[in-house]
Design a protein around this ligand. Sequence first.
Ligand code: MG
Length: 345
Amino acid sequence: MKLTVCPYRLELRHPFRLASGSRNHTDTVLIRLEDGELYGFGEASLPPYLGENVRTVGDFMKSIDTRRLSVDDLAESLQYVDRLAEGNNAAKAAIDLALHDLAAKTVGKTLGEYFNLPRKDIATTLTIGISTPDELRTKLAEAEEFALLKLKLGSDDDKALVQEFRRLTDKPFCADANQGWSGRRPTLDLCRFLAEEGCLFIEQPYRGENTDDAVWLVDRSPIPIIADEAIRRLDDLKNKAYAFSGVNIKLMKSTGLAEALKMIDYARDKKMKVIVGCMAESSCAVTAAAHIAALADYADLDGPLLISNDPWRGIRYRDGNILLPDRPGIGVVLEPDGANAALFG
Ligand code: MG
């Protein structure tokens, strides 16, 4: 197999404002694995807080002996990649995606068919970053076709933000504090307030390592408490399942599809809610995630909608629902116009 690596900067439509800061772009690394006539595509999206960057992904890719990769034994290939180094979850995810893309293409199946997954229309949440009242009005107008919105919280005054949201719309919503809250009683008060406003669940109120307060809260909150930053891989899920009502599983955290599917199984076994989510990502990784989102309670797969220079044709959206491509594999092809077709040389 031949591995080609292509760094790519995703431009965000709106500055992305979170409890942790603001940014206008997200770096990603697109990869291509060539096996005979077939190409497998993968992606490592690199939001800064996860600690990987274009250089670390490039170094990791250079360390791979592609003779050890084979679609005939994916488990062995992925185990080899995982053992090359600690961490590097997004880089590992890129290889996992490209290998699964190839494996499904080899047998002429879509990724969903390859995994034997149900195919159904799934709705996705649309994320609304921390906004001023004017920005909120604009974003709500853009979000008209989406039935479930996800509000980013962790602002200076979250109650005012939610009240402003409620003045403008009666749509159901969920919320994501991105580790922005602290203290037991104030957080419980916010959860009760959110429940009264019709919030379906709250994601990651506390810092990821703060399991003690999470356990305290999960026993008392009227709405489900979902882990995101606290749980990256299957081992994290096994260690922390008791502290959360559910988990947001993302390919860039889980090291890809193989482990994400194991995490879904484990969470189901523990009666946890399952969200399949994404980072700011191109359609490559998000389309892959959309294939397995049929197994989730909620899909939070709006990545391609938040960027202005998606190089792929893949997942599409209609009336707030995700439309999966019919092509074999993940089902993404590079947009044929402009420079995209030449991305991999
Ligand atoms: Mg989150």
